[in-house]
Design a protein around this ligand. Structure first.
Ligand code: MRU
Length: 367
């Protein structure tokens, strides 16, 4: 029987001018693939979390921009770029916190500019082909990067470890392996007997509905707990390390991730449990100085008061606090696991060095 891990989180269906996603709002009960063609469909799918998780949002944005520009009739390069920027701004407005969204859109635009310069004369078809190729590259790189994060994270795990994770930084949040789950999948492949504990992750239950689903489907020993149970679990000695994903890492190492992550990190520090943030470099925002500069998405109150319940579970008219993310202060983070290795404090220095390495690689490929 087909497992959830056999489905592609995001796929380009070029001959149908569409991208196909698993509608993650229906999991784990129903696995429904949906095709997105218009700007509104793509925007809504990202906003409603039908496709979600920072890297998957980035891949969807790349495919989305390509699909929206594929039949552009722009008669000049300037008009082509104006149309591209309008569509890019529109997609970028769907969710504010995960930097992969703007990262992928900027990367698509920069690639078009580069190819246009190489071409000299305006060639609409060539620019559209370049967009398709770049969007496919973003996806292929995501798979490679997650695998490398998995290999680097695996060095932090021993046979028999109890691991805790929050939200879903799994295959469903990427194109394969996930980020926080990648070391778990590799540890399992290696025959390590790990136990993974998944915070259910209120209010949208990504931990219970998605992470527990994919890890359990992979045959990993998986346990779900309510978010407010993790402190007692950590105190009991069952947890040897914590791996979470992130939506944006600031230049000083502060990391925004699903709401509740900073609570887990604070409690982990209390019990001396290593707390690792898994971050592809596409999630590191070198232009954001600290976590205070990260915009936190606020979501609808119904997600807290009504969703998943048969009837409303808070009095009518009561105020609701529903930020989708929080920022974990860098001093609570034991290491940031990237595709290039595990960064350690002081993060302004290790992240600065990583930035320099990436810049010199970029300069080499440009020359
Ligand atoms: O609101 P979501 O479900 O998109 O939030 C997702 C997370 O917080 C993930 O941990 C993060 O995007 C990393 S995914 C590899």
């Amino acid at each position: 029987m087909k497992s959830i891990l056999d489905y592609e989180t995001v796929a380009l269906i070029d001959d149908d001018d569409a991208m196909e996603i698993i509608d993650q709002t229906k999991l784990p009960g129903t696995t429904e693939m949906i095709r997105l063609r218009t700007g509104e469909e793509i925007w809504n799918a990202i906003y409603l979390l039908q496709v979600r998780g920072a890297p998957a949002i980035g891949v969807a944005a790349g495919f989305g921009l390509y699909i929206l520009m594929k039949h552009s009739q722009a008669p000049t390069y300037d008009e082509f770029m104006k149309e591209l920027k309008e569509k890019s701004d529109y997609l970028n407005s769907s969710r504010p916190t995960a930097v992969n969204l703007s990262w992928a859109l900027k990367r698509m635009e920069a690639h078009v500019v580069k190819v246009a310069e190489e071409l000299g004369d305006y060639d609409r078809d060539a620019l559209i082909t370049a967009m398709r190729e770049e969007s496919e590259r973003i996806k292929a790189e995501d798979i490679d990067v997650c695998r490398r994060i998995g290999e680097n994270g695996l060095t932090l795990i021993k046979d028999g470890y109890g691991l805790l994770t929050h939200c879903n930084a799994g295959q469903l949040a990427t194109c394969k392996y996930g980020t926080a789950t990648a070391p778990m999948y590799l540890a399992h492949e290696k025959g390590y007997k790990i136990k993974v504990f998944c915070d259910e992750t209120r209010p949208l239950l990504q931990g219970a509905r998605l992470t527990a689903y994919e890890l359990h489907s992979a045959g990993i020993d998986t346990t779900v707990l309510c978010d407010n149970m993790s402190a007692s679990l950590m105190k009991s000695g069952a947890i040897d390390a914590i791996f979470v994903g992130c939506d944006r890492v600031a230049a000083n190492g502060d990391a925004a991730n699903k709401i509740g992550t900073s609570v887990v990190a604070t409690v982990a520090k209390r019990y001396n449990i290593p707390f690792y943030v898994c971050a592809p470099t596409s999630t590191i925002d070198f232009n954001t100085k600290t976590g205070d500069d990260i915009k936190i998405e606020q979501r609808k109150s119904e997600e807290v008061t009504e969703m998943w319940y048969k009837e409303r579970m808070a009095p009518e008219g009561v105020k609701v606090y529903n930020p989708a993310f929080d920022v974990t202060d860098n001093e609570l983070i034991t290491g940031i696991v990237t595709e290039y290795g595990v960064l350690r404090a002081p993060y302004d220095v290790s992240i600065g060095k990583l930035f320099d390495t990436m810049q010199s690689r970029l300069n080499k490929t440009d020359n």
